[in-house]
Design a protein around this ligand. Structure first.
Ligand code: ATP
Ligand code: MG
Length: 548
Protein backbone atom coordinates (compact mmCIF):
# COMPACT_ATOMS: atom_id res chain seq x y z
CA UNK A 1 0.00 0.00 0.00
CA UNK A 2 2.86 2.32 0.86
CA UNK A 3 4.52 2.08 -2.51
CA UNK A 4 1.23 2.76 -4.18
CA UNK A 5 1.05 6.07 -2.30
CA UNK A 6 4.57 6.82 -3.50
CA UNK A 7 3.57 5.95 -7.04
CA UNK A 8 0.65 8.31 -6.88
CA UNK A 9 2.87 11.17 -5.72
CA UNK A 10 5.30 10.41 -8.51
CA UNK A 11 2.51 10.38 -11.05
CA UNK A 12 1.21 13.73 -9.93
CA UNK A 13 4.66 15.30 -9.85
CA UNK A 14 5.72 14.01 -13.25
CA UNK A 15 2.47 14.21 -15.12
CA UNK A 16 3.60 16.71 -17.75
CA UNK A 17 7.17 16.12 -18.77
CA UNK A 18 8.03 12.51 -18.29
CA UNK A 19 4.88 11.19 -16.79
CA UNK A 20 3.34 9.20 -19.58
CA UNK A 21 5.34 6.03 -18.90
CA UNK A 22 4.57 6.25 -15.22
CA UNK A 23 0.95 6.92 -16.00
CA UNK A 24 0.87 3.85 -18.22
CA UNK A 25 2.41 1.81 -15.42
CA UNK A 26 -0.23 3.20 -13.08
CA UNK A 27 -2.89 2.26 -15.54
CA UNK A 28 -1.70 -1.30 -15.77
CA UNK A 29 -1.58 -1.33 -12.00
CA UNK A 30 -5.13 -0.05 -11.58
CA UNK A 31 -6.57 -1.99 -14.47
CA UNK A 32 -5.36 -5.20 -12.84
CA UNK A 33 -8.31 -4.79 -10.56
CA UNK A 34 -6.59 -2.85 -7.79
CA UNK A 35 -8.77 -0.03 -6.58
CA UNK A 36 -7.01 3.31 -6.05
CA UNK A 37 -6.56 4.38 -2.47
CA UNK A 38 -9.08 6.68 -0.81
CA UNK A 39 -8.32 10.31 -1.60
CA UNK A 40 -6.57 9.45 -4.85
CA UNK A 41 -9.14 11.16 -7.06
CA UNK A 42 -9.03 14.26 -4.90
CA UNK A 43 -5.32 14.42 -5.62
CA UNK A 44 -5.82 14.00 -9.35
CA UNK A 45 -8.33 16.84 -9.48
CA UNK A 46 -6.21 19.10 -7.29
CA UNK A 47 -4.87 21.66 -9.77
CA UNK A 48 -3.70 24.18 -7.20
CA UNK A 49 0.02 23.92 -7.88
CA UNK A 50 0.34 23.76 -11.67
CA UNK A 51 3.98 24.88 -11.70
CA UNK A 52 4.82 21.49 -10.19
CA UNK A 53 3.66 19.79 -13.38
CA UNK A 54 6.84 20.90 -15.14
CA UNK A 55 9.83 19.24 -13.51
CA UNK A 56 12.26 20.07 -16.34
CA UNK A 57 11.51 23.80 -16.09
CA UNK A 58 11.67 23.63 -12.30
CA UNK A 59 15.11 22.04 -12.47
CA UNK A 60 16.44 25.17 -14.23
CA UNK A 61 17.11 28.58 -12.71
CA UNK A 62 15.05 30.71 -15.08
CA UNK A 63 15.51 34.44 -15.70
CA UNK A 64 12.23 35.83 -16.99
CA UNK A 65 12.11 39.18 -18.82
CA UNK A 66 8.62 40.57 -19.18
CA UNK A 67 8.40 43.08 -22.06
CA UNK A 68 5.24 45.15 -21.67
CA UNK A 69 3.81 48.19 -23.40
CA UNK A 70 1.19 49.31 -25.88
CA UNK A 71 0.94 47.86 -29.37
CA UNK A 72 3.76 48.72 -31.77
CA UNK A 73 6.23 49.51 -29.00
CA UNK A 74 8.92 47.02 -30.05
CA UNK A 75 8.28 44.37 -27.37
CA UNK A 76 8.40 41.38 -29.70
CA UNK A 77 11.31 42.93 -31.61
CA UNK A 78 13.39 43.20 -28.41
CA UNK A 79 12.58 39.62 -27.40
CA UNK A 80 13.44 38.29 -30.86
CA UNK A 81 16.79 40.12 -30.79
CA UNK A 82 17.72 38.05 -27.73
CA UNK A 83 16.34 34.88 -29.30
CA UNK A 84 18.55 35.40 -32.37
CA UNK A 85 21.64 35.53 -30.18
CA UNK A 86 20.87 32.26 -28.39
CA UNK A 87 22.33 29.01 -29.70
CA UNK A 88 18.92 27.31 -29.57
CA UNK A 89 15.55 28.89 -29.10
CA UNK A 90 11.82 28.82 -29.53
CA UNK A 91 9.17 31.47 -30.25
CA UNK A 92 5.60 30.68 -29.17
CA UNK A 93 2.86 32.97 -30.48
CA UNK A 94 -0.93 33.02 -30.61
CA UNK A 95 -1.44 32.88 -34.40
CA UNK A 96 -0.15 30.72 -37.22
CA UNK A 97 0.34 33.89 -39.25
CA UNK A 98 2.53 35.29 -36.48
CA UNK A 99 4.57 32.08 -36.22
CA UNK A 100 5.21 32.25 -39.97
CA UNK A 101 6.01 35.98 -39.85
CA UNK A 102 8.53 35.37 -37.05
CA UNK A 103 10.18 32.40 -38.77
CA UNK A 104 10.41 34.37 -42.03
CA UNK A 105 12.03 37.28 -40.20
CA UNK A 106 14.56 35.06 -38.46
CA UNK A 107 15.38 33.20 -41.67
CA UNK A 108 15.78 36.49 -43.56
CA UNK A 109 18.18 37.76 -40.91
CA UNK A 110 20.40 34.70 -41.26
CA UNK A 111 19.11 32.68 -38.30
CA UNK A 112 17.67 29.43 -39.70
CA UNK A 113 14.29 28.85 -38.13
CA UNK A 114 11.75 26.02 -38.40
CA UNK A 115 8.01 26.54 -38.23
CA UNK A 116 5.68 24.22 -36.36
CA UNK A 117 1.93 24.63 -36.10
CA UNK A 118 -0.81 22.06 -35.58
CA UNK A 119 -1.09 21.55 -39.35
CA UNK A 120 2.38 22.08 -40.69
CA UNK A 121 6.01 21.50 -39.97
CA UNK A 122 8.59 23.34 -42.05
CA UNK A 123 12.14 22.20 -41.38
CA UNK A 124 14.94 24.51 -42.39
CA UNK A 125 18.44 23.15 -42.82
CA UNK A 126 20.74 23.67 -39.83
CA UNK A 127 17.97 25.35 -37.84
CA UNK A 128 18.35 25.49 -34.06
CA UNK A 129 15.39 27.83 -33.69
CA UNK A 130 11.68 27.18 -34.11
CA UNK A 131 8.67 29.48 -34.32
CA UNK A 132 5.45 27.79 -33.30
CA UNK A 133 1.90 28.33 -32.26
CA UNK A 134 1.61 28.31 -28.49
CA UNK A 135 -0.31 25.01 -28.34
CA UNK A 136 2.74 23.24 -29.82
CA UNK A 137 5.13 24.33 -27.05
CA UNK A 138 7.21 21.40 -25.83
CA UNK A 139 7.86 21.53 -22.10
CA UNK A 140 10.19 18.52 -22.09
CA UNK A 141 12.72 20.11 -24.47
CA UNK A 142 15.47 22.41 -23.17
CA UNK A 143 16.21 25.68 -25.01
CA UNK A 144 18.85 28.37 -24.48
CA UNK A 145 16.17 31.05 -24.90
CA UNK A 146 12.41 31.13 -25.39
CA UNK A 147 9.79 33.76 -26.20
CA UNK A 148 6.12 33.68 -25.24
CA UNK A 149 4.23 36.39 -27.13
CA UNK A 150 0.92 38.07 -26.22
CA UNK A 151 0.91 36.70 -22.68
CA UNK A 152 -2.30 38.57 -21.80
CA UNK A 153 -3.98 35.73 -23.73
CA UNK A 154 -3.59 33.68 -20.51
CA UNK A 155 -6.98 35.14 -19.67
CA UNK A 156 -8.60 33.82 -22.86
CA UNK A 157 -11.51 31.53 -21.87
CA UNK A 158 -10.71 28.89 -24.49
CA UNK A 159 -6.96 29.21 -25.19
CA UNK A 160 -5.57 30.66 -21.98
CA UNK A 161 -4.18 27.37 -20.72
CA UNK A 162 -1.71 27.08 -23.60
CA UNK A 163 -0.17 30.40 -22.51
CA UNK A 164 -0.15 29.47 -18.82
CA UNK A 165 1.49 26.16 -19.70
CA UNK A 166 4.21 27.80 -21.82
CA UNK A 167 4.87 30.43 -19.15
CA UNK A 168 5.17 27.91 -16.35
CA UNK A 169 6.64 25.06 -18.34
CA UNK A 170 9.19 26.20 -20.92
CA UNK A 171 12.55 24.76 -19.91
CA UNK A 172 15.01 27.57 -20.55
CA UNK A 173 17.36 29.74 -18.48
CA UNK A 174 16.23 32.81 -20.47
CA UNK A 175 12.50 33.31 -20.96
CA UNK A 176 11.16 36.42 -22.70
CA UNK A 177 7.50 37.14 -22.25
CA UNK A 178 5.81 39.90 -24.27
CA UNK A 179 2.43 41.50 -23.95
CA UNK A 180 0.04 43.93 -22.41
CA UNK A 181 0.90 45.59 -19.06
CA UNK A 182 -2.37 44.07 -17.82
CA UNK A 183 -0.51 40.78 -17.29
CA UNK A 184 2.23 42.16 -14.99
CA UNK A 185 0.76 41.30 -11.54
CA UNK A 186 -0.10 37.72 -12.52
CA UNK A 187 3.29 37.04 -14.11
CA UNK A 188 4.93 38.49 -10.99
CA UNK A 189 2.89 36.15 -8.81
CA UNK A 190 3.70 33.09 -10.94
CA UNK A 191 7.42 33.90 -10.90
CA UNK A 192 7.35 34.15 -7.11
CA UNK A 193 5.75 30.69 -7.00
CA UNK A 194 8.17 29.12 -9.46
CA UNK A 195 11.20 30.84 -7.90
CA UNK A 196 12.14 32.42 -11.26
CA UNK A 197 13.98 35.72 -11.32
CA UNK A 198 11.84 38.41 -12.98
CA UNK A 199 12.70 41.69 -14.69
CA UNK A 200 9.88 43.86 -16.08
CA UNK A 201 10.72 46.16 -19.01
CA UNK A 202 8.26 48.86 -20.01
CA UNK A 203 8.04 50.12 -23.59
CA UNK A 204 6.48 53.18 -25.24
CA UNK A 205 4.78 53.27 -28.61
CA UNK A 206 7.40 53.77 -31.33
CA UNK A 207 5.28 55.77 -33.75
CA UNK A 208 2.20 57.89 -33.05
CA UNK A 209 -1.35 56.64 -33.42
CA UNK A 210 -4.02 59.30 -33.55
CA UNK A 211 -7.79 59.04 -33.44
CA UNK A 212 -9.49 60.90 -36.29
CA UNK A 213 -11.75 63.79 -35.39
CA UNK A 214 -14.41 62.49 -37.75
CA UNK A 215 -15.82 59.19 -38.81
CA UNK A 216 -15.22 58.19 -42.42
CA UNK A 217 -18.94 58.47 -43.25
CA UNK A 218 -18.73 56.66 -46.57
CA UNK A 219 -16.63 53.94 -48.17
CA UNK A 220 -16.11 56.36 -51.07
CA UNK A 221 -13.60 58.07 -48.78
CA UNK A 222 -11.20 55.11 -48.42
CA UNK A 223 -7.58 55.77 -49.37
CA UNK A 224 -4.58 53.60 -50.13
CA UNK A 225 -3.26 51.98 -46.95
CA UNK A 226 -6.68 51.82 -45.28
CA UNK A 227 -7.80 48.67 -43.47
CA UNK A 228 -11.53 48.33 -42.89
CA UNK A 229 -12.47 46.05 -40.01
CA UNK A 230 -15.70 44.05 -40.22
CA UNK A 231 -16.91 41.13 -38.12
CA UNK A 232 -18.62 38.81 -40.56
CA UNK A 233 -17.65 37.23 -43.83
CA UNK A 234 -20.70 38.66 -45.60
CA UNK A 235 -19.89 42.16 -44.39
CA UNK A 236 -16.28 41.77 -45.51
CA UNK A 237 -17.36 40.83 -49.04
CA UNK A 238 -20.04 43.54 -49.19
CA UNK A 239 -17.47 46.17 -48.20
CA UNK A 240 -14.94 44.83 -50.70
CA UNK A 241 -17.58 44.90 -53.41
CA UNK A 242 -18.67 48.44 -52.61
CA UNK A 243 -15.11 49.76 -52.54
CA UNK A 244 -14.16 48.05 -55.80
CA UNK A 245 -17.35 49.22 -57.49
CA UNK A 246 -17.31 52.81 -56.35
CA UNK A 247 -13.61 53.64 -56.14
CA UNK A 248 -10.42 52.84 -58.02
CA UNK A 249 -9.04 50.82 -55.08
CA UNK A 250 -8.65 47.05 -55.01
CA UNK A 251 -9.01 45.06 -51.83
CA UNK A 252 -7.30 42.13 -50.18
CA UNK A 253 -9.23 40.23 -47.52
CA UNK A 254 -8.20 38.50 -44.31
CA UNK A 255 -10.65 36.63 -42.07
CA UNK A 256 -10.74 33.59 -39.83
CA UNK A 257 -12.13 30.87 -42.08
CA UNK A 258 -9.86 31.78 -44.98
CA UNK A 259 -7.02 29.25 -45.27
CA UNK A 260 -3.97 30.37 -43.36
CA UNK A 261 -1.79 30.24 -46.47
CA UNK A 262 -4.27 32.41 -48.35
CA UNK A 263 -4.35 34.88 -45.47
CA UNK A 264 -0.54 35.11 -45.56
CA UNK A 265 -0.56 35.70 -49.30
CA UNK A 266 -3.33 38.29 -49.07
CA UNK A 267 -1.35 40.09 -46.34
CA UNK A 268 1.78 39.94 -48.51
CA UNK A 269 -0.14 41.29 -51.54
CA UNK A 270 -1.43 44.18 -49.46
CA UNK A 271 2.05 44.86 -48.03
CA UNK A 272 3.55 44.96 -51.53
CA UNK A 273 3.28 48.54 -52.83
CA UNK A 274 3.40 47.42 -56.46
CA UNK A 275 0.75 44.68 -56.31
CA UNK A 276 -2.16 46.91 -57.28
CA UNK A 277 -3.97 45.98 -54.03
CA UNK A 278 -3.94 48.96 -51.72
CA UNK A 279 -6.87 48.42 -49.31
CA UNK A 280 -7.39 45.63 -46.81
CA UNK A 281 -10.78 44.45 -45.58
CA UNK A 282 -10.32 42.24 -42.56
CA UNK A 283 -11.88 40.72 -39.51
CA UNK A 284 -10.21 40.90 -36.10
CA UNK A 285 -8.01 38.03 -37.38
CA UNK A 286 -5.48 40.82 -38.10
CA UNK A 287 -5.69 42.01 -34.53
CA UNK A 288 -2.64 40.60 -32.85
CA UNK A 289 1.07 41.27 -33.15
CA UNK A 290 1.12 41.35 -36.96
CA UNK A 291 3.12 43.88 -38.94
CA UNK A 292 1.13 45.11 -41.94
CA UNK A 293 1.50 48.24 -44.07
CA UNK A 294 -1.62 49.90 -42.69
CA UNK A 295 -1.98 53.67 -42.57
CA UNK A 296 -5.46 53.88 -41.10
CA UNK A 297 -7.75 51.43 -39.33
CA UNK A 298 -11.45 52.00 -39.97
CA UNK A 299 -13.93 50.08 -37.80
CA UNK A 300 -17.05 49.41 -39.90
CA UNK A 301 -18.69 48.59 -36.57
CA UNK A 302 -17.61 48.44 -32.95
CA UNK A 303 -19.97 45.53 -32.27
CA UNK A 304 -19.20 41.92 -32.98
CA UNK A 305 -20.99 38.61 -32.62
CA UNK A 306 -18.71 36.46 -30.48
CA UNK A 307 -20.48 33.15 -30.93
CA UNK A 308 -22.94 33.82 -28.11
CA UNK A 309 -24.08 37.40 -28.41
CA UNK A 310 -23.62 40.65 -30.28
CA UNK A 311 -21.47 42.78 -28.01
CA UNK A 312 -19.32 45.87 -28.07
CA UNK A 313 -15.59 45.28 -28.55
CA UNK A 314 -13.58 45.31 -25.35
CA UNK A 315 -11.08 48.09 -24.89
CA UNK A 316 -8.22 45.61 -25.26
CA UNK A 317 -9.62 44.23 -28.55
CA UNK A 318 -10.13 47.72 -29.98
CA UNK A 319 -6.58 48.72 -29.01
CA UNK A 320 -5.05 45.56 -30.46
CA UNK A 321 -6.79 46.11 -33.79
CA UNK A 322 -6.11 49.87 -33.87
CA UNK A 323 -2.48 49.10 -33.09
CA UNK A 324 -2.02 47.62 -36.59
CA UNK A 325 -1.97 51.17 -38.05
CA UNK A 326 1.30 53.04 -38.57
CA UNK A 327 3.66 50.23 -37.58
CA UNK A 328 7.18 51.38 -36.87
CA UNK A 329 9.52 50.84 -39.83
CA UNK A 330 6.53 50.38 -42.16
CA UNK A 331 5.56 52.55 -45.11
CA UNK A 332 3.45 54.74 -42.81
CA UNK A 333 5.30 56.48 -39.96
CA UNK A 334 2.06 57.58 -38.33
CA UNK A 335 -1.11 55.60 -37.72
CA UNK A 336 -4.69 56.75 -37.64
CA UNK A 337 -7.84 55.12 -36.36
CA UNK A 338 -11.48 55.91 -36.96
CA UNK A 339 -14.85 54.30 -37.65
CA UNK A 340 -17.22 54.27 -40.58
CA UNK A 341 -20.34 55.45 -38.76
CA UNK A 342 -20.35 58.83 -36.97
CA UNK A 343 -22.51 57.32 -34.19
CA UNK A 344 -19.65 54.96 -33.19
CA UNK A 345 -16.93 57.61 -32.90
CA UNK A 346 -17.48 58.61 -29.26
CA UNK A 347 -17.57 55.00 -28.05
CA UNK A 348 -14.48 54.09 -30.08
CA UNK A 349 -12.49 56.97 -28.59
CA UNK A 350 -13.63 55.90 -25.14
CA UNK A 351 -12.51 52.30 -25.73
CA UNK A 352 -9.10 53.41 -26.99
CA UNK A 353 -8.52 55.65 -23.94
CA UNK A 354 -9.29 53.09 -21.26
CA UNK A 355 -6.32 52.05 -19.09
CA UNK A 356 -5.53 48.32 -19.40
CA UNK A 357 -7.59 46.13 -17.11
CA UNK A 358 -5.43 43.96 -14.91
CA UNK A 359 -5.71 40.24 -15.54
CA UNK A 360 -6.47 38.37 -12.35
CA UNK A 361 -6.88 34.78 -13.57
CA UNK A 362 -5.09 32.53 -16.02
CA UNK A 363 -6.58 29.53 -17.82
CA UNK A 364 -5.76 26.02 -16.67
CA UNK A 365 -6.62 22.60 -17.98
CA UNK A 366 -5.71 19.10 -16.82
CA UNK A 367 -3.22 17.16 -18.90
CA UNK A 368 -4.48 14.09 -20.73
CA UNK A 369 -2.64 11.97 -18.16
CA UNK A 370 -4.61 13.58 -15.36
CA UNK A 371 -7.89 12.96 -17.17
CA UNK A 372 -6.87 9.37 -17.79
CA UNK A 373 -6.11 8.83 -14.13
CA UNK A 374 -9.42 10.40 -13.22
CA UNK A 375 -11.06 7.89 -15.55
CA UNK A 376 -9.42 4.81 -14.00
CA UNK A 377 -12.37 4.22 -11.67
CA UNK A 378 -14.88 4.86 -14.43
CA UNK A 379 -13.81 2.69 -17.35
CA UNK A 380 -17.18 3.02 -19.05
CA UNK A 381 -17.45 6.76 -18.92
CA UNK A 382 -17.35 8.73 -22.16
CA UNK A 383 -14.87 11.56 -22.54
CA UNK A 384 -17.58 14.21 -22.29
CA UNK A 385 -18.74 12.72 -18.99
CA UNK A 386 -15.17 12.59 -17.70
CA UNK A 387 -14.60 16.23 -18.68
CA UNK A 388 -17.84 17.41 -17.13
CA UNK A 389 -17.18 15.55 -13.88
CA UNK A 390 -13.54 16.56 -13.73
CA UNK A 391 -14.64 20.19 -14.07
CA UNK A 392 -17.00 19.79 -11.12
CA UNK A 393 -14.37 18.13 -8.91
CA UNK A 394 -11.37 20.27 -9.88
CA UNK A 395 -9.85 22.50 -7.22
CA UNK A 396 -7.93 25.57 -8.36
CA UNK A 397 -6.15 28.42 -6.63
CA UNK A 398 -7.74 31.88 -7.06
CA UNK A 399 -5.22 32.88 -9.74
CA UNK A 400 -6.64 30.28 -12.16
CA UNK A 401 -9.86 29.39 -13.90
CA UNK A 402 -10.67 26.10 -15.57
CA UNK A 403 -10.54 26.37 -19.32
CA UNK A 404 -13.80 26.30 -21.23
CA UNK A 405 -13.93 22.84 -22.78
CA UNK A 406 -17.45 23.02 -24.21
CA UNK A 407 -16.17 22.43 -27.76
CA UNK A 408 -14.36 19.28 -26.60
CA UNK A 409 -17.48 18.11 -24.78
CA UNK A 410 -19.61 18.76 -27.86
CA UNK A 411 -17.21 16.95 -30.18
CA UNK A 412 -16.90 13.91 -27.94
CA UNK A 413 -20.70 13.78 -27.64
CA UNK A 414 -20.91 13.93 -31.42
CA UNK A 415 -18.61 10.87 -31.61
CA UNK A 416 -20.25 9.32 -28.56
CA UNK A 417 -21.53 6.11 -30.17
CA UNK A 418 -18.07 5.14 -31.46
CA UNK A 419 -16.23 2.93 -28.94
CA UNK A 420 -12.91 4.73 -29.40
CA UNK A 421 -10.13 4.27 -26.83
CA UNK A 422 -9.96 7.30 -24.53
CA UNK A 423 -6.63 8.51 -25.94
CA UNK A 424 -7.99 8.48 -29.51
CA UNK A 425 -11.24 10.11 -28.47
CA UNK A 426 -9.20 12.85 -26.78
CA UNK A 427 -7.28 13.50 -30.02
CA UNK A 428 -10.50 13.79 -32.03
CA UNK A 429 -12.01 16.02 -29.34
CA UNK A 430 -9.13 18.54 -29.41
CA UNK A 431 -8.83 18.49 -33.20
CA UNK A 432 -9.42 21.80 -35.00
CA UNK A 433 -12.86 20.77 -36.24
CA UNK A 434 -15.25 23.67 -36.81
CA UNK A 435 -18.11 22.71 -34.53
CA UNK A 436 -20.40 25.22 -36.26
CA UNK A 437 -19.72 23.67 -39.67
CA UNK A 438 -21.86 20.52 -40.21
CA UNK A 439 -19.64 19.37 -43.11
CA UNK A 440 -16.56 19.54 -40.90
CA UNK A 441 -18.29 17.71 -38.02
CA UNK A 442 -19.62 15.11 -40.46
CA UNK A 443 -16.16 14.51 -41.88
CA UNK A 444 -14.68 14.14 -38.39
CA UNK A 445 -17.27 11.47 -37.61
CA UNK A 446 -16.38 9.55 -40.76
CA UNK A 447 -12.67 9.90 -40.04
CA UNK A 448 -13.19 8.48 -36.55
CA UNK A 449 -15.43 5.71 -37.88
CA UNK A 450 -12.87 4.60 -40.50
CA UNK A 451 -10.04 4.86 -38.00
CA UNK A 452 -11.92 2.59 -35.63
CA UNK A 453 -13.17 0.10 -38.23
CA UNK A 454 -10.21 -0.21 -40.56
CA UNK A 455 -7.23 1.43 -38.85
CA UNK A 456 -6.71 3.28 -42.15
CA UNK A 457 -8.52 6.39 -43.24
CA UNK A 458 -8.55 6.47 -47.02
CA UNK A 459 -9.46 9.91 -48.20
CA UNK A 460 -11.40 8.61 -51.13
CA UNK A 461 -13.65 6.61 -48.81
CA UNK A 462 -14.58 9.71 -46.92
CA UNK A 463 -14.26 12.29 -49.66
CA UNK A 464 -15.54 11.68 -53.15
CA UNK A 465 -13.83 12.75 -56.39
CA UNK A 466 -15.71 15.42 -58.31
CA UNK A 467 -15.25 18.58 -60.28
CA UNK A 468 -14.45 21.83 -58.55
CA UNK A 469 -14.15 25.24 -60.08
CA UNK A 470 -13.17 28.71 -59.14
CA UNK A 471 -15.92 29.94 -56.79
CA UNK A 472 -17.95 32.76 -58.23
CA UNK A 473 -20.33 33.30 -55.36
CA UNK A 474 -19.91 33.66 -51.61
CA UNK A 475 -21.69 30.34 -51.13
CA UNK A 476 -19.36 28.50 -53.48
CA UNK A 477 -16.40 30.12 -51.75
CA UNK A 478 -17.75 29.11 -48.37
CA UNK A 479 -18.09 25.47 -49.55
CA UNK A 480 -14.51 25.49 -50.73
CA UNK A 481 -13.36 26.94 -47.40
CA UNK A 482 -15.24 24.14 -45.69
CA UNK A 483 -13.51 21.52 -47.86
CA UNK A 484 -10.19 23.17 -47.08
CA UNK A 485 -11.06 22.85 -43.44
CA UNK A 486 -11.68 19.14 -43.76
CA UNK A 487 -8.40 18.58 -45.58
CA UNK A 488 -6.60 20.58 -42.86
CA UNK A 489 -8.32 18.38 -40.30
CA UNK A 490 -7.03 15.24 -42.05
CA UNK A 491 -3.50 16.71 -42.06
CA UNK A 492 -3.77 17.64 -38.37
CA UNK A 493 -4.87 14.09 -37.55
CA UNK A 494 -2.07 12.65 -39.70
CA UNK A 495 0.46 14.16 -37.26
CA UNK A 496 -1.27 12.57 -34.27
CA UNK A 497 -2.50 9.23 -35.68
CA UNK A 498 -0.02 8.69 -38.54
CA UNK A 499 -0.80 5.02 -39.07
CA UNK A 500 -4.47 5.61 -39.81
CA UNK A 501 -4.13 8.96 -41.53
CA UNK A 502 -1.29 8.05 -43.85
CA UNK A 503 -2.30 10.04 -46.94
CA UNK A 504 -0.95 13.36 -45.78
CA UNK A 505 0.81 14.10 -49.04
CA UNK A 506 -2.39 13.70 -51.07
CA UNK A 507 -4.29 15.79 -48.55
CA UNK A 508 -1.65 18.51 -48.81
CA UNK A 509 -1.84 18.47 -52.61
CA UNK A 510 -5.63 18.79 -52.52
CA UNK A 511 -5.39 21.49 -49.91
CA UNK A 512 -2.95 23.41 -52.11
CA UNK A 513 -5.37 23.16 -55.05
CA UNK A 514 -8.14 24.35 -52.80
CA UNK A 515 -6.08 27.38 -51.79
CA UNK A 516 -5.33 28.22 -55.40
CA UNK A 517 -9.03 28.09 -56.32
CA UNK A 518 -9.96 30.14 -53.27
CA UNK A 519 -7.38 32.76 -54.19
CA UNK A 520 -8.65 32.92 -57.75
CA UNK A 521 -12.13 33.15 -56.33
CA UNK A 522 -11.16 36.07 -54.12
CA UNK A 523 -10.39 38.07 -57.24
CA UNK A 524 -13.94 37.69 -58.47
CA UNK A 525 -16.13 37.23 -55.40
CA UNK A 526 -17.29 40.64 -54.29
CA UNK A 527 -16.32 42.36 -57.53
CA UNK A 528 -19.07 43.37 -59.91
CA UNK A 529 -17.58 41.92 -63.10
CA UNK A 530 -17.45 38.11 -63.14
CA UNK A 531 -14.72 36.46 -65.12
CA UNK A 532 -15.00 33.10 -66.79
CA UNK A 533 -14.06 30.51 -64.19
CA UNK A 534 -11.56 27.74 -64.83
CA UNK A 535 -12.41 24.15 -63.87
CA UNK A 536 -10.17 21.77 -61.92
CA UNK A 537 -10.45 18.26 -60.52
CA UNK A 538 -11.16 18.38 -56.84
CA UNK A 539 -12.65 16.19 -54.17
CA UNK A 540 -15.77 17.53 -52.51
CA UNK A 541 -17.19 15.94 -49.39
CA UNK A 542 -19.21 12.84 -50.11
CA UNK A 543 -22.81 12.81 -49.01
CA UNK A 544 -24.03 10.09 -46.63
CA UNK A 545 -25.60 8.21 -49.56
CA UNK A 546 -22.37 8.02 -51.51
CA UNK A 547 -20.57 6.26 -48.73
CA UNK A 548 -20.20 2.50 -48.85
N1 ATP B 1 14.66 48.89 -32.52
C1 ATP B 1 14.03 48.63 -33.67
N2 ATP B 1 14.68 48.74 -34.84
C2 ATP B 1 14.05 48.47 -36.00
N3 ATP B 1 12.76 48.07 -36.10
C3 ATP B 1 12.09 47.94 -34.96
C4 ATP B 1 12.68 48.21 -33.68
N4 ATP B 1 11.76 47.99 -32.73
C5 ATP B 1 10.64 47.60 -33.39
N5 ATP B 1 10.84 47.56 -34.71
C6 ATP B 1 9.84 47.21 -35.72
O1 ATP B 1 8.63 47.88 -35.40
C7 ATP B 1 7.49 47.06 -35.64
C8 ATP B 1 6.70 46.88 -34.35
O2 ATP B 1 7.50 46.20 -33.39
P1 ATP B 1 6.94 44.94 -32.59
O3 ATP B 1 6.26 44.00 -33.50
O4 ATP B 1 8.06 44.45 -31.76
O5 ATP B 1 5.87 45.69 -31.68
P2 ATP B 1 5.02 45.10 -30.46
O6 ATP B 1 5.22 46.01 -29.31
O7 ATP B 1 5.36 43.68 -30.28
O8 ATP B 1 3.56 45.30 -31.02
P3 ATP B 1 2.24 44.38 -30.76
O9 ATP B 1 1.78 44.68 -29.37
O10 ATP B 1 1.28 44.86 -31.78
O11 ATP B 1 2.65 42.97 -30.93
C9 ATP B 1 8.05 45.73 -36.17
O12 ATP B 1 7.98 45.75 -37.58
C10 ATP B 1 9.49 45.74 -35.69
O13 ATP B 1 10.32 44.98 -36.53
MG1 MG C 1 4.28 41.91 -30.57
Amino acid sequence: MLWRGGLERLILRSAEAKGSDIIRTAHRFFSNGLVPKEGFLEKVTDLRLPHEWFPVARSIKRRVTLHVGPTNSGKTYAALQRLREAATGVYCGPLRLLAWETADRLNASGVPCNTITGQEKRHVEKAHHTAMTIEMADTAQKYDAAVVDEIQMMASPDRGFAFTRALLGLATPELHVCGDPAAVPLVEQFCRETGDELQVKHYERLSPLKSSRQALGSLMEVRAGDCIIAFSRTQIYNIKKEIETKTRHRCCVVYGSLPQETRSRQAALFNDEDSGYDVLVASDAVGMGLNLNIRRIIFSSIYKFDGFERRMLTSSEAKQIAGRAGRFASQYPEGEVTCLEPRDLGALKYLLKQPPETITEAGLFPTFDQLQLFATRRPNWSLNRILENFAVSARLSPAFFLQDCSDMVETSRHLGDLPLPLADMYIFAISPVKSDDPASMGALYKFAQEHLAAGKVRMKRVLNAGTMKVPKTQNALSELESLHNILSLYIWLSYRLPESFDERETAEEQKGLCEMLIEQGLKVVGTPVMRKAKTRRMIPVASEQQLP
